[in-house]
Design a protein around this ligand. Structure first.
Ligand code: GLV
Ligand code: MN
Ligand code: MN
Ligand code: MN
Length: 389
């Protein structure tokens, strides 16, 4: 099934895939998903926040729900997201072939803009559904071309006026299980379950100096925002100690000319650690270094928290139940964020991981062996059978 969509959203410039919330490739993938679901006799609906639901049988309460997302990071891999969706469809086929019908409502979901690759906030669909982000804040988010989420949803045929916490949709979920490719080298057998997700968030730093000529301006006359931006990058590496992770993966100088001293530089920091206190302390250390560096260069600094979530501990009862039903597969923590992490604050939630032999993710080299993918589908089917009987 991943091969069926392997041409959609290929990024010739970056390599891999660029599929972002409500852009052309992501909408094409949504359309493909709906076709696949309808072909299987599932009933598809879109909730108020742009998330897709495909129901096997009657829609109803205490539903067992599984799914993931179809969007990617810029230049991402083929598995992060789509694997959880294709595995869910394949699991339905497998269960049908053996004559299984769920005894409780069952749905496959596709969440919108999980990576935040277009509008900057990850897990936008599940955050809106659960009320973890205010609708006004979400709808005003802009993509790099200045298009707001509200405009993008409207252009895609969704009504932005409906966006916001959806108690009805949330109440229907009895349990949520997301299958995902593992994103490090933490799994040495084909399938495992998740124990926790690191606390993590995104912060934006805007350094403002004075745009000027690269040749005509003496260095002592400059207020170059690239200098504190560079210091922030170095401070992030220094501050990430003892398991903490701090990353600058996006830095945008404005106007961005080789012979132009930038007038402003935007720097996005992704920071993660085992708990709230450690993560906040790491970010505070980086922010203080950025503040000092900005002051030394005569630049102004504005810092905004774009999103944040505390450590997620998945429901241990559900996790152990699934791990046991799968013959005692290992449980492992992850440094990656997921819609499952957002839903876990509201409903019993679990994750299945499929081994990643390269340990690479959010890059074109992200990989899982076909044999492990098959094991993942079987494990998801067994989980649905176990929880859905
Ligand atoms: C999502 O995959 C994230 O961890 O940023
Ligand atoms: Mn991801
Ligand atoms: Mn993902
Ligand atoms: Mn000139």
């Amino acid at each position: 099934m991943l091969e069926q969509i392997s041409d959609v959203g290929r990024d010739a410039k970056r390599g891999g895939y660029s599929r972002h919330g409500y852009d052309k490739p992501e909408l094409e993938l949504r359309h493909w998903f709906v076709e696949q679901a309808v072909r299987r006799g599932l009933t598809v609906e879109t909730d108020r926040n742009g998330n897709l639901w495909a129901w096997w049988g009657e829609r109803g309460d205490d539903a067992l729900v599984t799914g993931s997302h179809l969007d990617s990071v810029p230049g991402g891999g083929a598995f992060d997201g789509p694997l959880g969706v294709t595995s869910a469809l394949e699991a339905v086929d497998l269960l049908r072939a053996k004559g299984f019908e769920p005894a409780r409502p069952f749905a496959i979901t596709v969440f919108a803009e999980e990576e935040g690759g277009r509008f900057g906030v990850a897990c936008l669909g599940s955050r809106l559904l659960t009320g973890a982000i205010a609708p006004e804040k979400a709808l005003a988010l802009k993509d790099p071309d200045g298009v707001t989420l509200a405009e993008a949803m409207k252009a895609a045929g969704y009504d932005p006026a409906l966006v916001g916490r959806d108690d009805r949709a949330l109440e229907r979920i009895g349990q949520f299980v997301e299958l995902h490719v593992e994103q490090g080298r933490g799994l040495t057998v084909p399938v495992g379950v998740a124990s926790s997700i690191l606390a993590h968030g995104r912060w934006r730093f805007t350094f403002a100096g004075e745009g000027n000529h690269a040749g005509a301006t003496l260095v002592e006359d400059r207020r170059d925002p690239m200098l504190p931006a560079a210091q922030l990058v170095l401070a992030a590496r220094r501050a990430a100690r003892g398991g903490g992770r701090a990353t600058v993966g996006r830095l945008v100088p404005n106007p961005g000319g080789t012979n132009v001293i930038a007038s402003t530089v935007d720097v996005w920091l992704d920071a993660r650690d085992s708990d709230d206190e450690r993560t906040r302390a790491m970010v505070a250390e980086i922010a203080e270094a950025a503040r000092q560096a900005a002051e030394e260069e005569g630049c102004e600094l504005r810092m905004t928290e774009e999103s944040y979530g505390d450590t997620v501990y998945f429901d241990s009862g559900l996790r152990d139940d699934i791990a046991g039903a799968l013959g005692g597969v290992p449980a492992l923590p992850t440094g990656a964020g997921h819609d499952a992490g957002i839903l876990a604050a509201h409903v019993p939630t679990a994750m299945l991981f499929v081994r990643n032999p390269t340990g690479v993710s959010h890059a074109p080299e992200e990989f899982a062996e076909q044999a492990d993918v098959d094991e993942g589908v079987k494990a998801l089917a067994a989980t649905i059978e176990h929880l859905g009987s």
